[in-house]
Design a protein around this ligand. Structure first.
Ligand SMILES: [Zn+2]
Length: 264
């Protein structure tokens, strides 16, 4: 990355985490969620989150499919008939998802059991901590991308290309599962960007876009073997999406993306 690109990335990252403090609907940071006591499924905040997630699931599915298509073209994989078949199967898996299941034990995590891929299990702390449609769509899209990749990592070609690119741009180690996680985050950010373009409102563009990444604005910045740390996730994600960086910094959309109609 050029010094200019790096400076712009730092600026965008500052916008995301400044909005975390100013925006009344900002997503709660992961470390703050981790520190909270478990939340019963019946708690009003958990119920509101579960309803929001279920309501947005059809939109998130459509946005994941269009974002995946876009990413395949961006990484120049659209010409391989074998990969195209895999993408079609991935899209079928996304389309088969039916339900969000709120779960107290899952706390601040969302997960998919690939033996039961029609259901996204969502911790109640996480449901309550994602206070905007944009924040919720980014996490739903992340989980849907895991479902798209499926049990056999069938989108490996795309996932490892995204991971290598993030690694090259940032110098971070983004191999293996970390590549999949950052690809899921990227699809989440792309989905939110398309959602913002498709649902104009009075809130600032930067504020709405920031919600797609904001849960990573942690104080305690720890990763593990499978995940970059949250702060590194912000850097890796923004390095992959220079348009998003400029939109965050300039508080202006560069180009409205066409979004396919959603059947509800
Ligand atoms: Zn994940």
């Amino acid at each position: 990355m050029s010094p200019e690109a790096r400076a712009l990335l730092e600026e965008a990252s500052a916008v995301v985490c400044t909005q975390a403090k100013l925006d009344p609907k900002s997503s709660v940071a992961i470390d703050e969620m981790q520190a909270r006591p478990s939340l019963p499924v019946q708690h009003p905040d958990a119920q509101a989150g579960a309803q929001r997630a279920q309501k947005l699931l059809p939109v998130a599915k459509a946005l994941v499919i269009s974002s995946l298509r876009q990413l395949v073209v961006e990484y120049n994989l659209q010409k391989s008939p074998r990969f195209e078949r895999r993408v079609q199967q991935a899209i079928a898996r996304v389309n088969a998802v039916r339900r969000v299941r709120p779960d107290m034990e899952s706390r601040d995590n969302a997960s998919v059991f690939l033996s039961r891929p029609q259901v996204i299990t969502f911790g109640t702390i996480f449901l309550a901590g994602l206070r905007s449609d944009e924040g919720m769509i980014s996490v739903l899209a992340h989980e849907l991308m895991h479902i798209a990749d499926g049990e056999n990592d069938s989108l490996r070609l795309l996932v490892s290309a995204v991971g290598s690119k993030a690694g090259d741009l940032t110098g971070l180690d983004v191999q293996g599962q970390r590549g999949e996680e950052i690809t899921c985050d990227l699809i989440g950010a792309m989905a939110v960007r398309a959602y913002v373009a498709d649902t104009p409102g009075y809130e600032s563009i930067a504020r709405r876009l920031a919600r797609s990444i904001q849960h990573n604005c942690v104080e305690i910045d720890e990763g593990d073997e499978d995940h970059l740390s949250p702060r590194s996730t912000i850097r890796a994600l923004l390095s992959l999406h220079p348009v998003l960086v400029r939109e965050l910094v300039n508080d202006r959309e560069e180009r409205a993306q066409p979004v396919p109609p959603v059947k509800q």
